[in-house]
Design a protein around this ligand. Sequence first.
Ligand code: PNS
Length: 164
Amino acid sequence: MKIGIFPGSFDPITNGHMDIIERAKNICDKIFVAIGLNSAKKPLFSVEERIEMIEKCCQFDDSIDDSNVEVTSFDGLLVDLCKDIRAPLIIRGIRAISDFEYEYAIALLNKKLAPETETVFLMSKGEYSFISSNMVREIASYHGDISSFVPPFVNNKLLEIFSQ
Ligand code: PNS
């Protein structure tokens, strides 16, 4: 069984992330969506909330077989998680050429740290190429409409948070 890891902050998960999870089925049998706990960032959502959101969004999405998706979190190096769960494949989405330089450097570092891993980039669909979790949080904080950028479950969570 080929296992892939889709790492990220997912604060919150967006339709762009959902599209990558769906398309990952073409390259791996099981995908771990892994929330990296980055101490330098102050997240809007707790890790528990992010896990719940990703699990619920995958359950509610007919194009995703959620029995092949596992949501987890990690605190440390991504390559250590790859070793722990025996996942040779790291999957990252690339939205625009501006993402590439950063992603390329990380992929090379991860390859150096763990030569047995392969990073695979999936190009975002055009309609998702401008969506980021940062933008979604900012628009939601100003009561803008983010319903076409995130799954309904996430939209409702953001509405709850910013309705006060
Ligand atoms: O969604 P993001 O914020 O771009 O995700 C970044 C993430 C979590 C994938 C990245 O920061 C990561 O892999 N962190 C784990 C620490 C690590 O392995 N660093 C080595 C490469 S610099």
